[in-house]
Design a protein around this ligand. Structure first.
Ligand SMILES: CC(C)(COP(=O)(O)OP(=O)(O)OC[C@H]1O[C@@H](n2cnc3c(N)ncnc32)[C@H](O)[C@@H]1OP(=O)(O)O)[C@@H](O)C(=O)NCCC(=O)NCCS
Length: 194
């Protein structure tokens, strides 16, 4: 499946393609009251929030890998070293140790992972994930990721993470985020050391 896929670090020249893919995958808040749209996005997966060129410029200094087929962008993964599962809402941790570990550097989490719908289900996200992990080891012993579970469950994302052995370590209570009144997410963790 992966014969023609090239994985390379993102550069400034890739912005237009990255932006296009981001916009295609971004949840349209104006349509979320439409049941058909909601169930479509639940099946396809989605990204939340807008993404600017300024953010891109700073993110490409970090781990930001692109998957291309004949120069055409088909997906990307971005690793963040910020603790994006912010402590500004009630959270239920599976145990205290997990909470301590999450807020303890060095820290790495998936800032975004997205594959063009035309190329989904072909293992490309898994390939990007394993390349990112290669770059994180041995310094990092864990990789975190946040999944939106309400008001729209990101099913492909949840299954993708479960398939790749991420385990739930915390869940947030409903809060006002990304334009929703009742946004809810879960924090998942993948242990990297063997
Ligand atoms: C989630 C996403 C990145 C998965 O990418 P992908 O390249 O299709 O994933 P892979 O082919 O590597 O799939 C690995 C596993 O993920 C799960 N999976 C992938 N796509 C799925 C889908 N549409 N529905 C259910 N499970 C899915 C499967 O368990 C799959 O394993 P399998 O093929 O052996 O059954 C992709 O669907 C996507 O970009 N969605 C939109 C953006 C998004 O939701 N990003 C995550 C939030 S940041």
């Amino acid at each position: 499946m992966n014969m023609n896929i090239n994985i390379s670090p993102a550069t400034l020249n890739d912005w237009n393609q990255v932006n296009q893919l981001q916009l295609q995958s971004q949840l349209d808040l104006n349509q979320t009251s439409n049941p058909t749209y909601r169930s479509e996005m639940e099946q396809k997966g989605f990204l939340l929030g807008e993404y600017s060129f300024q953010e891109y410029q700073s993110h490409i200094k970090d781990i930001f890998l692109l998957a291309k087929i004949e120069q055409k962008l088909v997906g990307y993964i971005r690793i963040s070293h910020q603790m994006e599962f912010r402590d500004n809402q009630q959270k239920k941790w599976v145990n205290d140790q997990e909470k301590i570990e999450y807020y303890h550097p060095p820290h790495a989490e998936i800032g975004a992972i997205v594959i063009s719908t035309k190329f989904s289900g072909q293992g490309i996200a898994t390939m990007l994930l394993s390349k990112a992990i290669e770059k994180l080891q041995p310094e990092h012993s864990s990789l975190y990721s946040i999944i939106a579970i309400a008001p729209i469950l990101n099913k492909p994302s949840l299954q993708f993470h479960q398939k790749n052995n991420f385990k739930k370590v915390s869940s947030g209570s409903p809060s006002q985020l990304f334009g929703f009144l009742n946004y809810q997410s879960e924090l998942l963790k993948l242990r990297l050391v063997t």
